[in-house]
Write a protein that binds this ligand. Structure first.
Ligand code: ADP
Ligand code: MG
Length: 699
């Protein structure tokens, strides 16, 4: 019996050779896979649109109108041509980046044209880059075709003649074979409630749309469904965890917390810090284990929140742990915590890979007998030998360096899982956070301590290095310190080390001793040497710190006011933002100087421009997400957002929010999906749990 689960070879028109190619090139194994090979665009010459009817879809559109005005817009490099194209209902812009001169000459003003192309929506205005154009009089002489889906393809498929047309025929055949019997995954009430169309109608219309409107509702239904089932899994996971993972209850705000707050707090907390503390406090005071992600831009003051949270644990008779990804960072946390605690009677220790074995034994012992209150360290905290008497909370800083496996390993150190607070300075756009961390609760510190001056950021070419050095000398003369950072990329490590060393030598020449003292820190150094160099800089004995990105995370030297980034075009946006966060921590005006080569890719230009224009970590993260896609954003690998077939976590924000709310509402009403009306949803959900992805599960 033919079913959608049948291997692709059972589809009409699929020969053995085609089956093999389809699998090899597009991963299509079953007829079901073929059904879910979605067109990535559509050619729509079926109808003409009035300008006020235009909407964003994956399809191209055809409009009749006239050009009323043509202007050349100068841009950094070259110019672009913009034509205002109007019909009686409105106007859009036609844009050319190439062939500007020639296009300008041939365009006819106030003459009816048929234009055809894809729309961009920018600042609420539609524009069409490089449209296909034809004079209306010419157009009328030709026969026109229908709306066509265009399928993903590869060079090999094209070469073997499996064209988009062939794929279209195969899918047509498939629809005949399955006789419109596509299983529904959502219940009728649900479909009605969210104004969706049926699954079979959606599939038919996504492959063979008869109009833009039908295509849009079909795409919406499938995107909604795709995002809904991901959210359903995440939220269910969260509910199950909350239900199952009983946690320690920190009932009291006691002496440690209160006395610290009264006597030791060096500044007033920002409102954002207070808000976040309240959220944490509420979590740990309940009987459920906390699993919270704390997002806060660099310098937003996460450390003090971490410390206060740990004091809550201590007040309730528990121990606390704080884990950081590098030794430098862990040491810095340790020093900061010691200093903040001052003379309070709290035992704090540091455990890293380089802790001497005698000290290590001592720590192990005091952890077990409970005399050690707070343990700060690196991955070393995860070793089996590290056993707490009663760990109440584990705080993980800069979580993107730790995997999920490690996170859960922390939990096993106890009879009940300790509360978990994950802190990250990598802002994640809200929508992505919903998909990646949908099973965690999220707190955001969205405000910097007052009095911070924005870091002035400029972009300079290598040629201007001497002027930059002069500027550094002036700043150093004022008593400030300076970072100069070099890229170090795994793939080109040898070359990069050479650049770093060459750079160091030339800096040493321009900044001669004894007037200037220079520290250098990089990954190949022994950690004791690194530490020594770092400490010299921290103490102000050296004015210049030459380093690779080892200083990227968390390092805090308030007197350092200039960050120079060499070959800045080679850094990713979030890395640049992290680096810049190393300055601007003191009272002085700080600067970030992005040095680069003249030759820059478009993407690199956008990155540098973004850095110069904004210091808002969330805005930067949004741009980063748009540039690189979700695949490169930390933490997405496990999240399923990469397996999306039709929805796009960046573009389909509105659908995502709707789908998430739908999932929450559904699980509130029917936590186990046990109601008869939700049977279809439960079945799909169960199948997804057992399989690799949504679409292969539904067949
Ligand atoms: P991050 O969130 O990057 O870890 P830190 O916790 O290192 O930030 O804080 C950055 C700096 O800001 C530190 O020097 C810290 O003492 C200071 N700080 C934190 N909170 C406040 C506040 N509410 N008011 C003033 N300074 C603060
Ligand atoms: Mg920090």
């Amino acid at each position: 019996m033919f079913s959608l689960k049948s291997p692709i070879i059972y589809c009409k028109g699929v020969t053995a050779q085609r089956a093999e190619l389809l699998q090899q090139e597009l991963g299509i194994k079953s007829c079901n896979d073929l059904l879910h090979l979605f067109p990535y665009r559509y050619v729509d010459k079926t109808r003409f649109y009035k300008i006020n009817q235009l909407q964003s879809t994956a399809a191209e559109v055809q409009v009749i109108g006239k050009i009323t005005q043509v202007k050349r817009v100068q841009q950094k490099r070259g110019s672009r041509l913009v034509a205002i194209f109007s019909d009686e209902t409105g106007s859009i812009e036609l844009v050319w980046f190439k062939g500007v001169k020639w296009v300008k000459e041939v365009l006819k003003i106030n003459t009816p044209y048929v234009i055809y192309g894809k729309l961009n929506l920018f600042n609420n205005t539609f524009s069409m880059p490089h449209p296909e154009m034809e004079l209306l009089t010419e157009y009328k002489k030709k026969v026109q075709s229908a709306m066509q889906p265009i399928y993903p393809s590869t060079e090999k498929l094209t070469k073997k003649n499996i064209t988009t047309k062939v794929v279209r025929t195969l899918i047509q055949n498939l629809f005949v074979q399955i006789d419109a019997k596509v299983k529904e995954t959502l219940s009728p009430t649900f479909i009605a409630q969210y104004n969706l169309i049926s699954r079979s109608e959606a599939l038919l219309n996504v492959h063979f749309p008869t109009s833009q409107e039908k295509l849009a509702v079909a795409q919406h239904r499938l995107k909604f469904e795709e995002l809904f089932f991901i959210q359903l899994q995440l939220i269910r996971k969260k509910l199950i965890r909350q239900h199952k993972n009983k946690g320690y209850r920190f009932e009291n705000v006691g002496n440690y917390f209160n006395s610290f707050y009264k006597n030791n707090l060096p500044f007033d907390l920002t409102n954002a810090q207070k808000k976040v503390l309240k959220e944490i406090r509420k979590d740990v005071a309940s009987e459920v284990q906390m699993n919270r992600l704390l997002q806060g831009d660099v310098g937003s003051g996460k450390t003090i929140v971490a410390l206060l949270t740990m004091l809550l644990a201590l007040d309730n008779g528990f121990q606390a742990a704080l884990m950081a990804p590098t030794e430098i960072l862990a040491t810095q946390h340790f020093n900061a915590v010691k200093e903040l605690l001052g003379s309070m009677d709290i035992q704090v220790e540091l455990l890293t890979g380089s802790t001497k074995s005698k000290k290590r034994k001592e720590i192990h012992q005091h952890l077990e007998d409970g005399t050690l209150h707070i343990l700060i360290g690196t991955h070393a905290l995860l070793e089996d030998k590290v056993v707490f008497k009663n760990l109440g909370i584990a705080i993980i800083d800069e979580q993107h360096r730790f995997g999920v496996a490690q996170r859960s390993k922390m939990w096993k150190k106890n009879e009940l899982p300790p509360h978990i607070l994950v802190m990250t300075a990598t802002p994640i756009p809200r929508t992505l956070a919903m998909s990646v961390y949908g099973d965690l609760d999220i707190s955001v510190i969205d405000e910097l301590p007052s009095g911070r001056k924005e870091v002035k950021t400029v972009h300079r070419f290598d040629k201007n290095r001497l002027a930059v050095f002069k500027f550094l000398k002036d700043e150093i003369a004022k008593g400030r310190q300076v970072y100069i950072v070099y890229p170090l990329i795994q793939e080109s490590a040898a070359m990069d080390y050479k650049d770093l060393m060459d750079g160091y030598e030339s800096i040493a020449r321009d900044f001669p001793a004894p007037q200037y003292q220079i520290s250098i820190v990089h990954g190949k150094m022994k950690s004791a040497d690194k530490d020594y160099e770092m400490q010299r800089f921290v103490k102000g004995e050296t004015q210049i710190m030459v380093a690779t990105t080892v200083i990227e995370v968390g390092v805090n030297v308030p007197n350092a006011s200039v960050m120079v980034i060499e070959s800045s075009e080679r850094f990713g946006l979030s890395q640049l933002h992290q680096l810049r966060g190393r300055v601007g921590r003191g009272a002085d005006q700080s600067y970030c100087i992005l040095l680069s080569d003249y030759k820059l890719s478009e993407e690199a230009k956008t990155r540098l421009k973004t850095m110069v224009e904004t210091s808002d970590g969330f805005k930067i993260a949004e741009v980063d997400l748009k540039l690189r896609g979700p695949g490169n954003i930390m933490g997405t690998q496990q999240s399923g957002v990469l397996n999306l077939k039709i929805a796009d976590v960046v573009k389909d924000t509105a659908v995502l929010v709707k789908a998430r709310n739908a999932a929450i509402e559904l699980l509130q009403k029917d936590p186990h999906l046990s109601r008869e009306e939700n049977r279809a949803i439960l079945e799909t959900y169960t199948q997804i749990q057992k399989s690799t992805g949504l679409w292969s599960a539904i067949s």
